[in-house]
Each structure stands twice: as C-alpha cells, then as structure tokens.
Design a protein around this ligand. Structure first.
Ligand code: PGA
Length: 239
C-alpha cells in the first residue's frame, strides 16, 4: 500500500461522470505531477485502464466500488477487480452517491472494508447539507457519519477522510478558512484514533483558493471536482 505519510499533501481529482479517451490523452500530456505531493486521478471506471500508469507521485483512483466481492450483481465492479487493474485509491460515500444512489453509512463501511482488504485506500467522504448547517448540527452529523462509516480496521495508513460540505460542492461557495480548520480539528479529535488520519477538504476548491486552504494546520490536501477537469488549473492546485 502507498505510504501516505511520505507526502506533504494529497490532491484527488474527481472527474465524476466526465471525460473521454481523447480528453485523457490530452490531460496527461499537460499534467505536471508535483514531486512532493500525492496526486490521484479518479476517472469513471470504464476509463481506469486508460489512465497513465502509477508512478511514485501520481496514482489512479476509482469513484465507487461494489459492496460485494463477486457473484450475480450485474453492473458492479469489485475491490479485487480494481486491485487487479492497479488502482490504489477509491472515493466512497461521496454525497452524490449518498443522495442519488441511496448509499448510506453502512454501505460506505462495507465498501471501505473490501477496499482495505484489497490494499486500496478508501477516501471516505463526509459532510453536512445546507439545512443541517443552518440548524447548527454540522458536528452531530459529522460525528454520526464518521463513527458509522469508518470501519474498525481503518487507520491513518490505509484510509483517507474527506470533509466536503454538501452546500459547497459545485456551488462556488466555501466555508471560511476558520470554519474549515475548526471542522477539521473537530473531526480529527472525534476519537484519538483519527488524530493522524489524512483529512482532505473538498467543495469548490480552485487554483485561487487551494493554497490558503491547504496551508491550514488541519488540512492535508484537497478533493477537487470541477476544477480538476481543467488540467492547467489542476496543475496550479497541485504545484
Ligand atoms: P467541486 O466538487 O470541486 O466541483 O465542488 C468536489 C467534489 O464533489 O468532490
């Protein structure tokens, strides 16, 4: 498994349901991996074998995985299949999957267990809705998600957590820097076993705000959606 502690920061590109083979070719021609940070490109699963081979700083990741390992589950992709294709990371529990595909803490936990057992690092996403933020229950929501979706076998070397306030995803809005740092500190202190977990921020990260977000004490990198589709902008984010 990749040694997460070898990197000063981790940047994940979440392409979501975007891209094609020509886009991928051009993307890698222009991508400038950084030599101190870990960069992971998460494409739709059909394109995973078209991504550039892993090197010491640049890796491939999936956006989802089955809760099942094999069998009669039409359309699914298992963790062992990802491993067979040299995939080292996988996003799980993204809010879009929780919202549109009925994923819940229990399935996120199962998927994470399958991934860890197959030496793939799950990037477990948590975050509150705008309604929950306005009701001032962000911390309760996160406490519940963290405690119920992170399996016991997860540790700071085999699992990453991503805090993505749902209201910040794709909206151009971000929490204040103080709020990001406070929430990250809260998450890392929910239990002492989370103290050393790599904790990424996601939600409207762009070249113009990534440096200041990433400088925060409790932020270990970023999960980038829309801005990761523009390779020049993503190069600025990861540099
Ligand atoms: P965004 O998406 O950067 O476009 O806000 C982030 C994400 O959904 O992971």
């Amino acid at each position: 498994m990749i040694k997460l502690n070898d990197f000063s920061s981790i940047f994940i590109a979440n392409w979501k349901l975007n891209g094609n083979i020509e886009f991928i070719k051009q993307y890698y021609q222009k991508l400038i991996p950084s030599n101190k940070n870990c960069v992971v490109i998460c494409s739709p699963s059909i394109f995973l074998s078209h991504l550039n081979p892993n090197n010491s700083n640049l890796f491939s990741g999936a956006q989802d995985v089955s809760t099942f390992n094999n069998g009669a589950y039409t359309g699914e992709v298992s963790a062992s299949m990802l491993n067979d294709n040299k995939i080292n990371f996988c996003i799980v529990g993204h809010s879009e999957r929780r919202q549109y595909f009925k994923e819940n803490n229990e399935t996120v936990k199962l998927k994470s267990i399958n991934l860890i057992k197959n030496k793939i690092i799950p990037i477990i996403c948590v975050g509150e809705t705008l309604n929950e933020k306005e009701k001032n229950i962000t911390k309760e929501v996160l406490y519940n998600q963290i405690n119920n979706s992170i399996p016991d076998l997860a540790n700071s070397e085999n699992t990453i957590i991503a805090y993505e306030p749902i209201w910040a995803i794709g909206s151009g809005l971000t929490p204040s820097l103080e709020d990001i740092d406070e929430v990250h500190s809260y998450i890392k202190n929910i239990d002492k076993r989370f103290n050393n977990f790599k904790l990424l921020y996601g939600g409207s990260v762009k070249a113009e705000n990534s440096a200041e977000i990433n400088k925060l004490q409790n932020v270990d990198g970023c999960l980038v959606g829309g801005a990761s589709l523009k390779v020049d902008e993503f190069n600025r984010i990861i540099s």
